[in-house]
Design a binder for this molecule. Structure first.
Ligand code: TYM
Length: 323
């Protein structure tokens, strides 16, 4: 008998253009895991509105992001791909879980001042995303680890009160590319809101090369991995290794005795070659709106079926009267 596959859930906010960070930290691993797991990959538009979005841009990005998922190699036949707001069970379970989450737990998540309550309670919605599908594994970049851990705590607490209800999820953090740093400031994370330090997946080759040639390094001209003392070079080495599949030792050997004038453009080239087919394929798929609509509608209906199973159990356990 065929063994039941374990479940994966992950998502990305359509709050900006996809970046090299979102590719290396998340999507690349989604592609690698899609054959061995039963996967749901989401476009989390409800998370995106925790900060103000332009409506037309949000709508366009949400659909284009699906095109990019497919262009990266996610097979719509194998995976359930959908838009979060099309599955209202996320909001419904989010409300319930908020009643099993302490204010203090949310206060400990890293946040700036002056935020909406939606942004404050965002980790609860993320927990609902994951727990709705009885998820075993959540492939994400390092910055999301704390949220998956909070999700486990909430699930454990709920299970403790009502008996086994939720599968406890584990984060899956890649060895290479879990935290791609800004090319302009290698001590802070590459983020979509920093155009100079950030490589976008849809950037043209000449822009990618320019950004890498300008990447901040150091002055000892030695290509060696040392996160403490050489954050810029270490970041470029990680990017190069994630893009080419080489190990750090192989890359250090390859560039031994060569200056940054050789190394930086070589890293740029590796990223250009990585992203070129993805960009071309994305552009092709983005033009086919009917195809994309078919996929996200089908995805939402399959996701709703699974989500309902969990939500009705939860509603029964907590004492909501049957509909
Ligand atoms: P988001 O949209 O900020 O980022 C999407 C994914 O990309 C990873 N990532 C990075 N990885 C490495 N280096 C970087 N510089 C980098 N920047 C982004 C993130 O770790 C993430 O995996 N809360 C999530 C979205 C979410 C979610 C979920 C994820 C909502 N519900 C349920 C998993 C499961 C977020 O804001 O990711």
């Amino acid at each position: 008998m065929e063994e039941k596959k374990k479940r994966i859930f992950s998502g990305i906010q359509p709050s900006g253009e996809l970046t090299l960070g979102s590719y290396m930290g998340a999507i690349k691993n989604w592609v690698d895991l899609q054959d061995d797991y039963d996967c749901l990959y989401c476009i989390v538009d409800m998370h995106a509105i925790t900060v103000r979005q332009d409506p037309a841009t949000l709508r366009r990005r949400s659909v284009n992001q699906l095109a990019q998922y497919i262009a990266c190699g996610l097979d719509p036949q194998k995976n359930i791909m959908f838009i979060q707001s099309h599955v209202p069970q996320h909001a419904e379970l989010g409300w319930v879980l908020g009643c099993y989450t302490q204010f203090g737990e949310l206060s400990r998540m890293t946040h700036a001042d002056n935020i909406t309550s939606g942004l404050f309670t965002y980790p609860v919605l993320m927990a609902a995303d994951i727990l709705l599908y009885q998820t075993d594994l959540v492939p994400v970049g390092e910055d999301q680890k704390q949220h998956v851990e909070l999700c486990r705590d909430i699930a454990q607490r709920f299970n403790g009160v009502y008996g086994d209800t939720f599968t406890l999820p584990e984060p899956f953090i890649p060895k290479m590319g879990a935290r791609v740093m800004s090319l302009g400031d290698p001590t802070s994370k590459m983020s979509k809101s920093d155009p100079d330090g950030c490589v976008y997946m849809m950037d043209k080759p000449e822009d990618i090369m320019r950004k890498f040639k300008r990447a901040v390094t150091d002055c000892d001209a030695c290509v060696k991995f040392d996160k403490e003392n050489k954050p810029g070079i270490s970041n470029l080495l990680s990017i190069y290794c994630a893009a080419t599949g080489k190990t750090v030792a192989e890359a250090e050997f390859e560039f031994a005795g060569q200056g940054y004038g050789i190394f930086k453009p070589a890293v740029g080239e590796s990223v250009v070659e990585l992203l070129r087919p993805i960009r071309e394929e994305s552009e092709r798929i983005m033009a086919d709106k009917a195809y994309l609509e078919g996929i996200y509608k089908e995805g939402a209906s399959r996701a709703q079926y699974l989500a309902n199973k969990t939500l009705s159990r939860v509603y029964r356990k907590i004492g909501f009267a049957a509909r």
